[in-house]
Ligand binder design. Structure first.
Ligand code: HEC
Ligand code: HEC
Length: 282
């Protein structure tokens, strides 16, 4: 009897996972979030000439974020107990992600987009932790962060509390959730005196310097000429997953199309549906 019940339960789980072909384990879900939509490698994996060096995945050290307020580097977030986060409890990691505070009480500088991660569903933040426990451990020692002024978080409006997973069956709500945890608005919102100006969210105009030279984030609101309003869904998807702009030019990093290319078609559709709803802004 017990065997049959287990079998039927498994069937139900597999049916529930039908959109992805089969049921996803928490570790698989965490891998999906970390390696695609949430682009953790953009800041926690050293980059080589051809993008992130996956042999050193999540071992930290680069990039360096050097501002008048702080000088920090992406941390080693592998399970090494000494130099990674192996000695942190699951709760410690979830708390750092959601609230931006380390177990020793020291706040994380804002390049770490914790101001967007408060919306994570409990299942998703646990899945991220479960996956981080499985990645290859590295003793890489990252230079200690230097804080020259008090660290102040930038919390995206509405991103403070976990989303109710039940609402994510709605395509636009799912898109909003994905765009939030992808921290698209951290890059696609202008900064005024160093702070994100959320009243202008989506209008872009932030500069990024790196091995690629300089890139400037663009307007991704539904504005018909300044934003994506005049683009077709296919053109937006191509930009997100292939890094090709409407006029055919190649987009530069840190736009994370290399990661988004492995998102599920359903999730990409949801992102596009939500971008369509962003109020047009110049
Ligand atoms: C835009 C860049 C960026 C992205 C994306 C990013 N991080 Fe971070 N993260 C940082 C930086 C920079 C630090 C170090 C901040 C400091 O030292 O104050 C950090 C710190 C951390 C820490 C604290 C580690 C420690 O030893 O104190 C954890 C845990 C962490 N990140 C996990 C993640 C995970 C998981 C993801 C993806 C879901 C992620 N980060 C995405 C930039 C980023
Ligand atoms: C780490 C910063 C960063 C993040 C995160 C980011 N982008 Fe971008 N994005 C950029 C930059 C910079 C460009 C312009 C690149 C260039 O000029 O070559 C860009 C370009 C784009 C374009 C092309 C617009 C055009 O006019 O060609 C779209 C669409 C876009 N981003 C949407 C998104 C969405 C949706 C997300 C979240 C899923 C996102 N971006 C996350 C930095 C970012």
């Amino acid at each position: 009897m017990r065997g049959l019940t287990t079998f039927l339960w498994l069937l139900a789980v597999v049916a529930a996972g039908a959109t992805t072909g089969r049921a996803e384990t928490p570790v698989e879900r965490g891998a999906y979030l970390v390696n695609t939509v949430m682009t953790c490698h953009n800041c926690h994996t050293p980059f080589g000439a051809n993008g992130p060096d996956m042999a050193r995945a999540l071992t930290g050290g680069t990039p360096v974020f050097d501002t008048p307020a702080f000088r920090v580097r992406g941390s080693n977030i592998t399970p090494d107990r000494q130099n990674g986060i192996g000695a942190w409890s699951d709760d410690d990691i979830e708390k750092a992600l959601r609230t931006g505070v380390r177990p020793n009480g020291v706040p994380l500088a804002p390049p770490m987009p914790t101001g967007f991660y408060g919306v994570l569903t409990p299942a998703d933040s646990k899945a991220i932790v479960a996956y981080l426990r499985t990645v290859k451990s590295s003793p890489n020692k990252v230079e200690n962060p230097v804080y020259k002024a008090a660290v102040s978080r930038e919390v995206f409006p509405g991103a403070e509390t976990p989303v109710d997973p039940a609402v994510l069956t709605d395509k636009v709500k799912l898109g909003e959730y994905l765009v939030t945890i992808a921290h698209c608005m951290e890059c696609h919102t202008p900064r005024v005196q160093g702070r994100l100006d959320f009243a202008a969210a989506g209008t872009g105009n932030q500069e990024f310097k790196g091995p690629w030279g300089v890139s400037t984030s663009r307007n991704i609101t539904s504005h018909p000429t300044k934003g994506l309003g005049g683009w077709t869904d296919a053109e937006i998807k191509r930009a997100l997953t292939e890094g090709i702009s409407r006029d055919g030019t190649k987009l530069k990093p840190p736009m994370g199309y290399g990661f988004y290319s492995r998102m599920t078609p359903g999730d990409i559709d949801a992102v596009v549906a939500y971008l369509r709803k962003l109020p047009p802004r110049e």
